[in-house]
Design a protein around this ligand. Structure first.
Ligand code: HEC
Length: 240
């Protein structure tokens, strides 16, 4: 089930995602530079909100207002989000292609693949101009890790309902202070669970890549993007 999902998303990505990306990159090369966009026919979304956490992402990721088609994880259209100093965002995404079924505030990688989504509206019934009042949004890298990785794949054993395996809490309220700069209980070499700037020697990373604790963790996360997200977060300073 898990495997099939991954294969199909790679396939869909190649079939549907790569192609528009290549086409777009010819005339739309500056799309992430600022809030500039090329007028095309199609719908328009006007976004207002306060968005924090964008600075916590390293190069290679962009926080964008983007349109997606169905299950395709590759953005069909996207504009980089650049808030004012106080976090305020007021921007426009126009020329939205007709096949777009949802509009998101999300993090994408260099291939325009969705890595994490922070806000989403159904766009399939929408026409013309949509006004989006998004309110306050935390689009930080750690928020993405908590929501997409810890909440989904870890908290069942690490503090969500029963007591935490190995005493490690990965719940929203406790995960950061349980990980960063904390010596791992199960590490023979007393490695930190997370050593900011050093993913290679962070026990959190090692546990997910190598069979080193009594309960093998190497098959819990099978998405390369999610494993990369953890590595990139640690290497970029493990910001909260
Ligand atoms: C099915 C239950 C289960 C799930 C799900 C699970 N773990 Fe664990 N985890 C354990 C157990 C049990 C241990 C202790 C292993 C041992 O005693 O050697 C452990 C230990 C760890 C340790 C070592 C802690 C230390 O202080 O040395 C880390 C790090 C860890 N898990 C991270 C994760 C992450 C990240 C996830 C989600 C991606 C996750 N675990 C999901 C059961 C689980």
């Amino acid at each position: 089930m898990m495997k099939r999902k991954i294969f199909s998303s790679i396939f869909v990505g190649l079939a549907l995602g790569a192609l528009p990306f290549l086409q777009l990159s010819c005339d739309d090369g500056r799309i992430f530079d600022e809030n500039v966009h090329v007028e095309r026919e199609g719908g328009t979304v006007k976004l207002r909100g306060r968005i924090s956490g964008i600075d916590s992402w390293p190069g290679g990721y962009s926080i964008v207002l983007a349109g997606f088609e169905g299950d395709n994880a590759y953005a069909q259209t996207a504009v980089g989000i650049a808030p004012e100093a106080d976090g305020t965002v007021e921007m426009v995404l126009s020329g939205i292609p007709s096949g777009v079924s949802d509009i998101e505030i999300c993090a994408i990688n260099k291939l325009r693949k969705r890595i994490a989504s922070f806000y989403r509206i159904d766009y399939s019934e929408q026409a013309d101009t949509v006004y989006l009042e998004a309110g306050d949004i935390d689009a930080g890298m750690y928020r993405a890790i908590q929501t997409y990785i810890f909440d989904r794949s870890c908290v069942t054993c690490h503090g969500g309902s029963t007591e935490a395996a190995a005493g490690l809490y990965l719940t929203d309220d406790k995960s950061y202070s349980s990980l960063v700069g904390v010596v791992a209980d199960r590490s023979d070499e007393d490695l930190f669970l997370v050593e900011p700037g050093n993913s290679a020697e962070s026990f959190l990373r090692i546990v997910l890549h190598e069979d080193v604790v009594r309960y093998n963790h190497t098959n819990i996360i099978t998405s390369g993007n999610e494993l990369d997200l953890i590595d990139d977060w640690i290497d970029h300073g493990a910001l909260q």
